[in-house]
Design a protein around this ligand. Structure first.
Ligand code: BEZ
Ligand code: FE
Length: 290
């Protein structure tokens, strides 16, 4: 019989998973067990404290459904989603666009618009035209790249959390033209609070934080022979730009949402009611073989 002690229990548990066939799974489990044991030792964790954590996780399970995954929100508010983005971007060329959180409100198969089209429909809000190109890391334009955009409405809500909006409101897909160009008119997104009625909110309140995210436009970009990009664009002028509840802001993703259109742009986007402002952003993708 093994005489388990404070000194050898971690090794005994690690030995017990020695037979794990999948090498990556074994690596993940080994590090997780080692660090979790280390945390128990360092904090001298008590049973009632551990029970509080398991109860917290049970509540996260309880409030989760097909439409809502509280564990993803917890990953976001603990900065783990953003840390994974930062780790994955750390070995990509500097010129590639930084990734940022997907968030819970993505819906596939949004309406397909053509470059220059309008996404405003009957939404209230400050009108903007977002335009730019999709490029490869060497600067080559990528035609036929698929962009997907989604954002919140003037009331702060996404279409899939607000029964008063059409399911596809403020969502679109767009293929880039010959020169990799895209553009569409929309309204400026507004800051909003992440859902706080579950364990994610409990954590935020217990730590004296707030639930606000700075206004952002979500973007997913896919192009042949390139890695997919999931990111967000933020407005330079935003009260929450320094304190995003989910740590998604990167300085390279923060752009002015208030450039005055040139005469040529005013004519090109004549279908957009004035006044409107321009937002410029090029998305740069990493070739798949790098
Ligand atoms: C969002 O971008 O909408 C979002 C991201 C993470 C958690 C909750 C909301
Ligand atoms: Fe969002």
């Amino acid at each position: 019989m093994k005489d388990l002690s404070l000194e050898n229990i971690t090794d005994a548990v690690l030995q017990s998973i020695d037979g794990t066939q999948d090498a990556r799974l074994k690596e993940l489990l080994t590090v997780f067990i080692r660090k979790a044991h280390e945390a128990v030792r360092e904090t001298e964790l008590k049973h009632n404290e551990w029970a509080a954590l398991t109860e917290f996780l049970r509540r996260a399970g309880d409030i989760s459904s097909e439409q809502r995954n509280e564990f993803i929100l917890l990953s976001d508010v603990f900065g783990i989603t953003s840390l994974i983005d930062l780790v994955s971007a750390s070995d990509t060329p500097e010129e590639t666009t930084a990734p940022s959180v997907l968030g819970p409100f993505y819906v596939p198969n949004a309406p397909l618009l053509s470059p220059g089209d309008d996404m405003i429909a009957d939404n209230d809000g400050d009108r903007v035209v977002i335009s730019g190109r999709v490029l490869s890391a060497n600067g080559d334009p990528l035609s036929g790249a698929m962009l997907e955009f989604w954002q919140n409405a003037a009331n702060g809500l996404y279409s899939n959390m607000d029964p008063t909006q059409d399911d596809t409101n403020l969502r679109c897909r767009m293929l880039t033209g010959d020169n990799g160009a895209y553009s569409f008119s929309t309204i400026r997104p507004v800051p909003y609070e992440v859902p706080d009625d579950g364990p994610g909110g409990e954590f935020i309140r217990a730590t004296g934080r707030h639930c606000w995210r700075p206004a952002h436009l979500h973007v997913k970009v896919q192009a042949a022979d390139h890695g997919d990009l999931v990111t967000e664009l933020f407005n330079t002028q935003d009260d929450y730009i320094e304190e995003d509840a989910v740590f998604g802001v990167r300085s390279s993703l923060v752009v002015p949402f208030d450039r005055t259109p040139t005469t040529e742009e005013s004519a090109r986007y004549a279908h957009v009611a004035k006044p409107f402002h321009m937002v410029d952003f090029d998305f740069v993708l990493q070739p798949a073989d790098q």
